[in-house]
Design a protein around this ligand. Structure first.
Ligand code: NCD
Ligand code: ZN
Length: 345
């Protein structure tokens, strides 16, 4: 039995750090274990220009505690008015790494997202030309499409036609939640990757809805049935380079989650590495954890893997807080529902 695992320091290829008091509270939680993170731009107002991204980057760096090293990789929020020239300039100046496409209304703070995908064709063509990846929230928003079907329908109606018409564009399907998405990624050889969250490897929709509604398991895309969770676990633990970790750690204060119309988002930055070691061990795939958390992401983004390492050890249950405090109120940490015996030492 392996009780110690040393891997290259991981990165988080999809995280929400927010702003203000919450940014201050959650940035150390990510920086403690992760060397880099793709930081989502869905602030209010969103991060839409290179200048916005540079200013946000400075606010993040100010929230990194002394003695921790952390590099935020910035993203731009694509709108129908995004200027391809600004995107090109911000990318070539090294201010931004990727741009995020939110269909309007698909998730938290996505009102400024895209309604007419034709309007962003020039910017996507520019991104394809300069090798800048597009991260996409892959859900349609049509009222008549069932929320559990929105990812699968997005692939057929939006993503596949778009990728066919701009074949050079590198695309990351963010936080995939279905077997349909896993199969779609697998059926493509090049320029398509996917992030998988911690929580979608552990919970299915029953965890959220059976025996009472559990708002801290509510996120978007919403967790699906067990067959889909199993497909995600298989993809993540397979070593397939197209799948990598994006925690989608998305903090909301408890008051915004435990209410009549609660926000979507699971906060998992603090205990993600313990949760992942649990999942990978259960699959007999601890030897694939490094690929998923530390190697596949940088390879897809064309960046070097981290030189530093972390060591994860198995022992008595790791003590994590139920909540972390922020100046805006407490934020509940993801509860995997099992004892976490692995911890980063
Ligand atoms: C995210 C958030 O709160 O910003 N919420 C979520 O449920 N994942 C937005 C997102 O990534 O969809
Ligand atoms: Zn997200």
């Amino acid at each position: 039995m392996t009780n110690t695992l040393t891997i290259r320091r991981p990165d988080d290829w999809h995280v929400h750090l927010r702003d203000g008091a919450v940014l201050k509270a959650v940035t150390p939680e990510t920086a403690r274990h992760f060397a880099r993170a793709i930081v989502m731009p869905n602030l209010v107002p969103p991060v839409v220009t290179g200048d916005d991204a540079a200013a946000y980057r400075d606010r993040i760096m100010a929230a990194v505690p002394e003695g921790m090293s952390f590099e935020p990789l910035m993203t731009l929020y694509l709108t129908e008015d995004t200027d391809p020239k600004d995107v090109r300039a911000a990318h070539s100046a090294g201010i931004v790494t990727a741009a995020k496409l939110y269909p309007a209304g698909a998730t938290t703070n996505s009102a400024s997202g895209v309604r007419d995908f034709e309007k962003i064709r020039p910017v996507l063509e520019t991104m394809a030309e300069i090798g800048m990846p597009m991260c996409v929230h892959g859900e349609v928003t049509d009222a008549e499409i069932d929320i559990f079907d929105r990812e699968a329908v997005f692939i057929d109606r939006v993503l596949d036609p778009l990728r066919t018409s701009i074949p050079q564009l590198r695309v990351i399907m963010e936080h995939v939640t279905t077997k349909d998405a896993v199969d779609y990624v697998r059926s493509n050889e090049e320029r398509l990757g996917a992030t998988i969250t911690t929580h979608h490897l552990i919970i299915n929709r029953n965890h959220m809805l059976v025996g009472g509604i559990r708002p801290h398991y509510y996120c978007l895309p919403v967790a699906k049935r067990e067959t889909h969770r199993l497909a995600l676990v298989e993809a993540a633990t397979s070593g397939d380079a197209r799948f990598f970790l994006g925690t989608d750690s998305a903090p909301h204060v408890d008051a915004a989650k435990e209410t009549g119309c609660g926000c979507a988002g699971v906060f998992s930055a603090t205990n993600t590495m313990s949760c992942l070691a649990y999942v990978f061990e259960k699959e007999g795939a601890l030897d694939k954890l490094e690929a998923f958390a530390s190697l596949n992401g940088p390879a897809f983004y064309g960046l070097p893997a981290n030189e530093e390492t972390i060591t994860i050890e198995k022992g008595p249950a790791a003590a994590y807080p139920d909540k972390i405090a922020s100046g805006s109120g407490p934020i509940t940490l993801f509860d995997p529902g099992v004892e976490l015996e692995w911890r980063v030492v």
